[in-house]
Design a protein around this ligand. Structure first.
Ligand SMILES: Nc1ncnc2c1ncn2[C@@H]1O[C@H](COP(=O)(O)OP(=O)(O)OP(=O)(O)O)[C@@H](O)[C@H]1O
Ligand code: SF4
Ligand SMILES: [Mg+2]
Length: 344
């Protein structure tokens, strides 16, 4: 197999806060190969954004980051100066932030911001060519009347249009990797589809690998090749998208799947997993999921389960993953008898 485009091994991130040390991310490995879409999924606070932002060292100074490997195209990102990192961001790595309003400059037109990104990262100083490229990019991501919209400011764009502008900026310099942090979360369902379609198109056009952060399994099923499920700052399970949906081997993943609406029932909104994610300033001993797990036993309260292979390219961090083979997610959560499998 070829080397991964991005290789992260043993990533841990701690934040010093008044309430104690927050164990935001622990022992995360994440490799991404050229052209693939890897989804990171998990509830709020599970460490998705912190994982992604630590790749380009975009975390606040209160973060302590440790890792064994952090390389992009074979280069060690930890050895790069702030200036070198800036040339990676917006160049070979395009970032779509969770909140576009904080990422876009409110006093600069959308077109000028995209053009500036083009000029900054390419040898061209030709501002006219850069502006023309901004119009092309806005058109590519489905902004109507791009020639006019290019002269507008971010506040004149709707939420969905701002996300499209962020996608345009992220792909402006033909990136090898796109990091998209919850590009659709703040948007209503119809607008979500209108943002995902251009993201898909942008990904296909550039051939860029993509890290797609979301808490929406519907988005995962539609977009991703591979899935990383995070819980309490750790990887609970990871597999190819079809394998994960058809044969989940971690109770947390199964809980997420059990709360998905299904076609074979009138119930369209099921209960999510009972309980709340743990406080990461005081994470539970053993398996972090044990306070909410329907099959937790004594061992789970003391021994942390390692992430181990359970099938080809499929890993689970559950002591009892073998028992879960063939078990229906709804049955595990006592919702209803086994029926049709949810398939990707
Ligand atoms: N600057 C910070 N200082 C202290 N704790 C932080 C900071 N940033 C994040 N955290 C904590 O780190 C943990 C992981 O946060 P992160 O933002 O990665 O979650 P997330 O999975 O992206 O959640 P969401 O779905 O809400 O975006 C959380 O417990 C969060 O409170
Ligand atoms: S290790 Fe135990 S608590 Fe954790 S997911 Fe598996 S069964 Fe549940
Ligand atoms: Mg986040």
């Amino acid at each position: 197999m070829t080397d991964p485009l991005l290789k992260v091994e043993g990533l841990s991130v701690r934040f010093g806060t008044e309430g104690g040390t927050v164990h935001a991310v622990s022992d995360v490995d994440l490799s991404v190969w050229s052209g693939e879409i890897v989804a990171i999924v998990g509830e709020s606070g599970s460490g998705k954004t912190v994982t992604a932002m630590s790749i380009l060292r975009l975390l606040p100074k209160t973060a302590t980051v440790t890792c064994d490997t952090l390389s992009f195209r074979g280069e060690d990102l930890r050895a790069m100066s702030a200036r070198q990192l800036r040339s990676v961001r917006g160049g070979p790595v395009g970032v779509i932030f969770q909140d576009p309003m904080t990422a876009l400059n409110p006093v600069m037109t959308v077109g000028d911001q995209i053009a500036e990104a083009v000029v900054l990262h390419q040898s061209t100083r030709d501002k006219r060519a850069a502006r023309a490229r901004a119009v092309d990019l806005l058109r590519l991501v489905g902004v109507p009347d791009a020639e006019q919209r290019v002269r507008q400011y971010p506040h004149e764009f709707s939420g969905g249009m701002r996300q499209r502008a962020m996608i345009a900026m992220a792909i402006a310099n033909d990136p090898d990797l796109i990091i998209a942090d919850e590009p659709t979360t703040a948007l209503d369902v119809t607008i979500q589809a209108q943002v995902l379609a251009p993201l898909k198109k942008a990904q296909a056009e550039t051939g860029a690998a993509t890290i797609l952060i979301t808490h929406d399994l519907g988005v995962v099923a539609e977009m991703a090749d591979r899935v990383v499920v995070m819980y309490a700052g750790r990887i609970a399970e990871t597999a190819g998208v079809r394998e994960l949906f058809a044969r989940p081997r971690h109770p947390y993943t199964m809980g997420l799947l059990a709360s998905l609406p299904r076609m074979d029932t009138d119930v369209d909104q099921l209960e999510p997993i009972p309980g709340n994610p743990p406080n990461l300033a005081d994470p539970p001993a053993g398996c972090p999921f044990h306070p909410r797990c329907p099959i937790a036993r004594d061992r789970c309260r003391t021994d942390r389960p390692p992430l181990v292979p359970v099938a080809k390219d499929h890993y689970s961090a559950c002591h009892f993953h073998e028992e879960l083979a063939g078990v229906d997610a709804q049955t595990l959560y006592g919702q209803r008898p086994a029926g049709n499998e949810v398939t990707a």
